[in-house]
Design a protein around this ligand. Structure first.
Ligand SMILES: [Zn+2]
Ligand SMILES: [Zn+2]
Length: 748
């Protein structure tokens, strides 16, 4: 008797760790990746078929009730990756899969339709009259006109294009132009074959850049690497401004020409539009889409469908794009691979870069991890010969590496944290028609608001931490739980009017510089000024005009941006990181300094970097400035090896939060007691804790943690499975919540 494969292994939309088996009734056709309705207890649940098999350990199987899709909504490879990720990160399979797919699909609905726009060719000659007094409408019209002879444009594409020209309220302008009959729109079915092209057909192809000798050699090396039977990942270590993007473009070209798809992962939404433009100019013939968290669900579904049926050839996205169902993926590029934003820090705590490496491995396709400051993990993978290592060591043509000057600010009077010397330098560079950037990794006006008369401090009751004063909106805000209050002018305790601030954030720096240089625009880029959709693009547009400006920003500014007119970078207040208790703080600081410095002098003129510190003799700084990043990385790696920290040992963090101060800790203590000490010792697993988290109270919840580490990953994961099994059955009091973080980056 031949076995019939009629048992479906289904991930249901519930927080279960394992797949559930169901019978597929005779005559019902279903494929892997299709949604099904299944009975679950006394109710019905939505599920996705993950495996089809011929045997089950369950004796009496129930049947599925209904198949929702004719064709899979998730292609097999991304489904495999999700399944693997759920096991590796010990997160329930149902949550993993259902959180990855667009909301509409999650609810069991069909794919939506979307609106596309086009210029109405019949009224072209009347546009000038119709738009005489409507400046913004005219801007939008001019933008649309660039594509007059081409395909329908998706709203996603129009929004991106207009944002870079500083137009935010795009939808209302489109509607006004439609009223005047200058534009027409229609709704299209995403699944239909009339899918509009999202390519930027109107952009002129950029004049070919002549590659340097070094770049040509890297490309030649990559070509050899791709020919291997089993392709290893490549770490592309290119100094800032060395033209990594040019390498990406050239190396994916033959893969696109062979009909395959390209996935580009970047750490932040802010970087997507810049890299999008580079790709659009280089590949006007291919459709390109963005995938990130601020897309509407309709747009997300559109992209989802487009990559699945191979209509979208290039996908640029943030970490979650690693799960996108690209059906014909040929290469993956992870840009700024060292960046922590690739790790999701809530719920399903996965690392986008690591999963990209896994996906490439499964498909046996090339993957390039690019960075000017590679992560220690990646460098160690080179050392172990798991990755190839390629280097770009120079800036093409006129670009000279910037000088870095360390300025000792001990015993120095500062104005809002800025030295008189730095202010003079700013003036010099602005007078020379150049741009200036100041980096400070703290937003808001001031981190402390207090009363010198009675000693009152603005403290968040829910977190026991200082609240940050935001002058523009006259509020104090807790940066840990977002709680906010209006800040009065008088002390809430003694009613004295002498309430004042201590220290500075980006907002205060902005104020001070605006007073010093009233004729020059000061552009502040941080989470507060860019949280509106498109706001970052319009701020960057001011900088790209090339006129003298002062940029002030947090780490958002350190990544990837290319400002040709920027010649001076000031780095303020790094000293806190030099003494952080986090074992990763020094790696991050070294990366930050190199990345921020790398923004200077990317155009024709030489750049200068001024780093203010009260620790000019700190070994990390001395080493970094005299010997460079790679040397610092080697030293940090040898320290990690001594302590068996990652990437040498492996870690898992179990976190518990509770409304009561002692309950959470007791809950973890029970776990620690049950994982018997001798078992741990025999297996080589070390338990650290349980202990209160470094930040013990956040948003009115008390936090505690238990760190498990081992030099054998497999053993550690077996232990974790055991631990999770126990956590699931413990009685929970005091509103206890627990979570698991595999390969944790953040221990706070
Ligand atoms: Zn007071
Ligand atoms: Zn708070």
């Amino acid at each position: 008797m031949t076995a019939v494969k009629n048992i479906l292994r289904v991930a249901v939309n519930r927080p279960f760790y394992s797949l559930l088996d169901y019978q597929c009734p005779d005559g019902v056709e279903v494929q892997i990746g299709c949604r099904v309705r299944v009975p679950l207890g006394h109710s019905v649940s939505l599920g996705i078929v993950v495996e089809i098999t011929d045997k089950s350990e369950v004796k009496k199987l129930r049947s599925i009730q209904k198949v929702l899709d004719k064709t899979p909504i998730l292609e097999e490879n991304s489904l495999k990756l999700l399944h693997w990720a759920s096991r590796y990160y010990h997160h329930p399979i149902g949550s993993v899969i259902f959180n990855a797919i667009p909301v509409l699909l999650r609810k069991g609905k069909p794919l939506p339709s979307m609106t596309v726009w086009k210029v109405n060719g019949e009224l072209l000659d009347q546009a000038d009259t119709l738009l005489k007094r409507a400046y913004k409408q005219r801007l939008v019209w001019k933008f649309m006109l660039k594509f007059a002879s081409n395909d329908w444009l998706s709203e996603q594409y129009i929004q991106q294009g207009l944002a870079s020209e500083g137009v935010m309220n795009w939808r209302s302008f489109l509607n006004q132009l439609k009223k005047k009959q200058l534009l027409i729109n229609q709704k299209v079915d995403i699944e239909s074959s009339t899918l509009p092209s999202v390519a930027a057909i109107g952009l002129p192809k950029k004049k070919a850049i002549i590659l340097t000798q070094e770049q040509q050699e890297v490309l030649a090396q990559l070509a050899i690497i791709y020919q291997a039977k089993k392709v290893k990942p490549t770490l592309l270590h290119g100094i800032t401004g060395s033209g990594k993007t040019e390498i990406y473009l050239r190396t994916v070209e033959p893969i696109l020409n062979a009909g395959q798809q390209v996935l580009i992962l970047v750490p932040e939404i802010g970087l997507t539009s810049q890299i999008l433009r580079r790709f659009q100019r280089y590949f006007p013939q291919y459709s390109i889409a963005l995938l990130h968290s601020s897309l509407s669900d309709g747009e997300r579904s559109f992209v989802w469908q487009g990559v699945q049926n191979n209509k979208i050839k290039i996908l640029i996205g943030t970490r979650s794009a690693v799960f996108a169902p690209l059906g014909n993926l040929g290469i993956i590029v992870v840009d700024e691979e060292h960046d922590d934003s690739f790790k999701q820090q809530h719920q399903f705590r996965y690392h986008g870069r690591d999963l990209a490496v896994k996906r490439a491995y499964d498909l046996n396709i090339p993957i390039i991890l690019g960075s000017a400051t590679p992560a220690l993990e990646s460098l160690q993978n080179v050392e172990r010969e798991r990755y190839h290592y390629l280097r770009l060591n120079s800036r093409p043509s006129a670009r000279i590496r910037p000088d870095i000057l360390v300025q000792d600010i001990r015993n120095m009077r500062l104005e809002a944290g800025i030295s008189a010397f730095l202010l003079e330098e700013i003036e010099k560079h602005l007078n020379a028609d150049n741009q200036v950037m100041l980096f400070l990794n703290r937003r808001g006006f001031s981190p402390v608001l207090y009363c010198p008369t009675c000693g009152w401090h603005a403290i968040c009751q829910a977190c026991d931490t200082h609240m940050t004063y935001h002058a523009g909106i006259k509020k104090i805000i807790c940066h840990h739980c977002e709680y906010e209050e209006y800040a009065g002018t008088n002390c809430p305790d003694c009613n004295d009017s002498g309430i004042t601030t201590l220290g500075q954030g980006t907002e205060r720096i902005e104020h001070v510089l605006q007073t010093h240089f009233p004729a020059v625009p000061v552009v502040r880029i941080d989470r507060d000024t860019t949280n509106r959709k498109g706001a970052l693009d319009s701020k960057l547009a001011i900088v790209y005009q090339g006129k003298p400006v002062i940029l002030v920003g947090t780490q958002m500014l350190t990544k990837g941006h290319d400002f040709p007119k920027l010649t001076l970078v000031g780095i303020l207040d790094i000293d806190r990181s030099l003494f952080s208790i986090d074992y990763r703080a020094q790696e991050q600081l070294a990366q930050q300094i190199v990345q921020v410095s790398g923004r200077a002098g990317r155009g024709e003129s030489k750049g200068r970097v001024i780093l203010q510190t009260s620790q000019p003799e700190h070994p990390l700084l001395l080493n970094l400035l005299s010997k460079g990043y790679l040397n610092v990385a080697k030293q940090l790696l040898s320290e990690r090896q001594r302590w068996d920290y990652p990437p040498f040992g492996f870690q898992v963090l179990i976190r518990v939060t509770a409304t009561d101060k002692t309950n959470g800790l007791a809950f973890l203590q029970q776990l620690s007691d049950d994982l018997s000490l001798s078992d741990c010792q025999n297996a080589g697993v070390t338990l650290w804790g349980p202990a209160p988290s470094p930040m013990e109270k956040r948003a009115n919840r008390y936090r505690s943690q238990l760190l498990m580490s081992a030099s054998n990953r497999v053993v550690l994961h077996q232990f974790l499975s055991q631990a999770i099994g126990k956590l699931q059955v413990y009685k929970k009091s005091g509103n206890i919540r627990w979570s698991v973080d595999v390969d944790p980056l953040n221990m706070l």
